[in-house]
Design a protein around this ligand. Structure first.
Ligand code: KG4
Ligand code: ZN
Length: 353
C-alpha cells in the first residue's frame, strides 16, 4: 500500500493538471496550468479553445509532475485520469495522454469520476475521515449534496435544478466588471469584504421546496436586475469606477454572497437531518470543489455543522479547485480495492496504417 505511486491527470474543464501521490497520502508533486488568461479574453470556457490549450500543455504538465517527484513513468504503479463529467473534447486530451503513457510503460489505468475525486481528496487531507460521511460539492458546474456510505457507494441527497453556485459567482463577477484573469469567485469574495451584505434584498432560493436541491438561476437574475437598476456598467472595470460606483458594486457582491451561501446553509442543515435517518453515526461534512476555497463559505458552514454537532472537513484551497492530486488519490483508493483497467496495448507505430 505504502509503495503505491500514482500519477493523476485532470483535464475536465479549463485547467490542465497532473500530480504524483503515494499510497500513504504523501504528495510528491502537483502541477496546474491554468487557462485563466484565455478565459478572461473570451469571457467563458469555449470547448474547442480549451481543448487546444490542453493539447498544448499536457505533455509538459505531466513531465513536470514526474520530474518534480523525481520519478520516471516506469516507477509508477498506475495512471489515474478523470473520465468525466466534463467537456468531452477536454477529457479526451487527458485520457489519450494516460493511455499513451500506460501503454508505453505497461501500467494499469484507473478511470476517475471528477466529483468523486473532489470528495475523496478529503480522506487524503484528513487521514482519520472514515465512511460514512456527507459531502457538499460546490464548483462551477456542480452543486451536490451526497451521503458517502462507502467507497463507490454514494446517495445523492440534493443537486442543482439549474445553475451551480460557482456559475453564479462567475456571472456576478463578470457583470460587476471584476478582473477575470483569475476566476470570478475569488474576486467576488474579496470585493464583498468592502460591502454591506444587508444593503440589497435578494430573496433566498427555493424557500417553498423543503428538500435538499439547489437553484441559482433565479438569484443570478435578481443580481442582473439589481446591477441594471443601479446603472453599473460591466464595461467599466472596477479599477476605473468612482468611489460611489465602487461601493454600489461591493454592496451587490456582499449581498449576493450572503444569500448564495445562506442557500447552502439551509440545504446542508436539512441534509444532515436526512442523512442521519440513513446513517445515524454521521460525524463529518466534507466541503470541496472550487467554491469551498471561499473563507466566508467555510465560516458559515462551520456554524451549521456546530449546531448539528458534526465536524467540517475542508481540504486546503489548492486541493478544492480542480487539481491532479485529487485524481491521483481517488485512483489510489480504487486501485487498492482492485478497481482498475489493465494496461492498454502499447501505441502502434505512427506508420502502422
Ligand atoms: O472545482 P472547480 O475548480 O472547477 C469545476 O469543476 O467547476 O471550481 C471552479 C469554480 C468557479 O466557478 C470559481 O469561480 C469558483 O469555483 N471559485 C470560487 C472561489 N474560488 C473558486 N468561488 C467563490 N469563492 C472563491 N474563493
Ligand atoms: Zn471540479
Amino acid at each position: 500500500n505504502h509503495d503505491l505511486v500514482v500519477l493523476g491527470i485532470e483535464t475536465s474543464c479549463d485547467d490542465t493538471a497532473a500530480a504524483v501521490v503515494r499510497g500513504n497520502g504523501e504528495i510528491l508533486s502537483q502541477v496546474v496550468s491554468s487557462q485563466a488568461d484565455l478565459l478572461a479574453r473570451y469571457g467563458g470556457v469555449a470547448p474547442k479553445m480549451a481543448e487546444e490549450a490542453h493539447i498544448k500543455a499536457i505533455d509538459q504538465v505531466v513531465q513536470e509532475a514526474l520530474d518534480r517527484a523525481n520519478l520516471t513513468a516506469k516507477n509508477l504503479s498506475a495512471v489515474a485520469v478523470t473520465i468525466g463529467p466534463g467537456l468531452s473534447l477536454c477529457l479526451r486530451v487527458g485520457v489519450q495522454k494516460a493511455h499513451k503513457l500506460a501503454g508505453s510503460f505497461n501500467l494499469p489505468i484507473v478511470g476517475v469520476h471528477h466529483m468523486e475525486a473532489h470528495t475523496l481528496v478529503a480522506r487524503l487531507t484528513e487521514r482519520e475521515l472514515q465512511f460514512p460521511f456527507m459531502a457538499l460539492l460546490i464548483s462551477g458546474g456542480h452543486n451536490l449534496l451526497i451521503l458517502a456510505r462507502d467507497l463507490g457507494q454514494y446517495i445523492q441527497l440534493g443537486t442543482s435544478i439549474d445553475d451551480a453556485i460557482g456559475e453564479a459567482y462567475d456571472k456576478t463577477a463578470k457583470w460587476l466588471g471584476l478582473d477575470l484573469r483569475r476566476s470570478g469567485g475569488p474576486a467576488i469574495e474579496e470585493l464583498a469584504r468592502e460591502g454591506d451584505a444587508a444593503s440589497v434584498k435578494f430573496s433566498t432560493p427555493m424557500q417553498h421546496h423543503k428538500d435538499c436541491n439547489f437553484s441559482y438561476a433565479g438569484l443570478k437574475t435578481q443580481v442582473r436586475l439589481a446591477i441594471q437598476s443601479r446603472n453599473i456598467n460591466a464595461e467599466t472595470p472596477i479599477s476605473s469606477a468612482n468611489s460611489q460606483d465602487r461601493v454600489a458594486r461591493a454592496d451587490i457582491a456582499a449581498s449576493f454572497q450572503r444569500v448564495a451561501v445562506l442557500h447552502l446553509e439551509e440545504r446542508c442543515e436539512r441534509a444532515i437531518e436526512w442523512a442521519r435517518r440513513i446513517e445515524p453515526s454521521i460525524e463529518h461534512l466534507v466541503v470541496s470543489g472550487g467554491v469551498a476555497s471561499n473563507k466566508y463559505v467555510r465560516a458559515r458552514l462551520d456554524t451549521v455543522v456546530k449546531k448539528k454537532n458534526i465536524q467540517l472537513v475542508c481540504p486546503p484551497p489548492s486541493l478544492c479547485t480542480d487539481n491532479g492530486v485529487m485524481v491521483a488519490w481517488a485512483g489510489i483508493e480504487h486501485f487498492r480495492v482492485g478497481r482498475f483497467d489493465p494496461p492498454p496495448p502499447a501505441e502502434l507505430p505512427v506508420d502502422f496504417m
